[in-house]
Write a protein of this length. Structure first.
Length: 243
């Protein structure tokens, strides 16, 4: 909303740039931006990996785009190709900055920032404040204002949380299957720490007649989009994800 309020929609140049750690988050931000900015005529485009580079170049060069949302690598590529002109950008937003830095995007973020105008407003959003994030604030910001959410404000009212201590790795699959047979679960996301484990768990659960879908970074963008659409609409109830 803050970005949309600052836009001059009659000025046909990119005025805000938002970087996100994943393709899915970038697309989600784009959808919200389009929905909120629909009646004011604001145009938002997502520059993400896994899609055709020529489509991004054509969109950025041939039509009005007020806001660009994207992953660091693709955005940097668009600037290098002179498809995205950074000279009119007034706001530079780093969403989930800690996550982007943990995924190794530090150099790409710095490369993108070097193209930004000197008087740009930088907004950094982060769930945690590790040293890497603090270093970014020192490099990118001048006298930044910190808005910290108190811990008690982060509690989710009405949400009960549980954990199960599983002593051996080989017991996890049976424990997980027991949960699904015991509890009524309408929809769920299972996170795995490696892509290989996503594939392994998907295969094991399918062999036990559980209806699941899986998603990780090795899949092409069209396949990921289909899986997310099926999960959002409820046709897929269990999503196994690398994260």
């Amino acid at each position: 909303i803050a970005i949309l309020e600052q836009l001059k929609v009659d000025f046909p140049e990119c005025q805000a740039l938002v970087l996100a750690p994943t393709r899915e988050l970038a697309q989600q931000i784009q959808k919200v931006m389009i929905a909120l900015g629909d009646y004011m005529g604001a145009q938002c485009h997502a520059c993400i990996g896994g899609t055709a580079v020529r489509d991004d170049v054509q969109k950025l060069q041939s039509s009005t785009v007020h806001v660009v949302v994207g992953t660091p690598g693709r955005v940097h590529d668009m600037i290098n190709r002179r498809a995205l002109d950074p000279r009119s950008i007034k706001m530079f937003v780093l969403d989930e900055a800690d996550e982007m830095l943990s995924r190794g995007f530090k150099d790409q973020i710095y490369d993108v920032f070097r193209y930004m105008p000197q008087d740009i407003q930088v907004i950094l959003l982060s769930a945690t404040m590790p040293d890497e994030v603090l270093e970014v604030t020192k490099r990118f910001m001048r006298e930044p204002i910190r808005i910290l959410v108190k811990k008690e404000e982060l509690t989710l009212e009405g949400i009960r949380q549980f954990y199960i201590q599983v002593e051996k790795e080989e017991w996890k699959l049976d424990t997980l299957c027991d949960l699904y047979e015991t509890l009524t679960i309408t929809q769920a996301v299972i996170f795995c720490n490696t892509r290989r484990k996503v594939d392994w768990l998907t295969e094991k659960m399918l062999s036990r007649d559980f209806t699941v879908s899986a998603m990780h970074g090795d899949m092409d963008q069209k396949e990921r989009d289909v899986i997310m659409r099926e999960f959002r609409t409820g046709s897929s109830r269990v999503l196994i994800h690398h994260g």
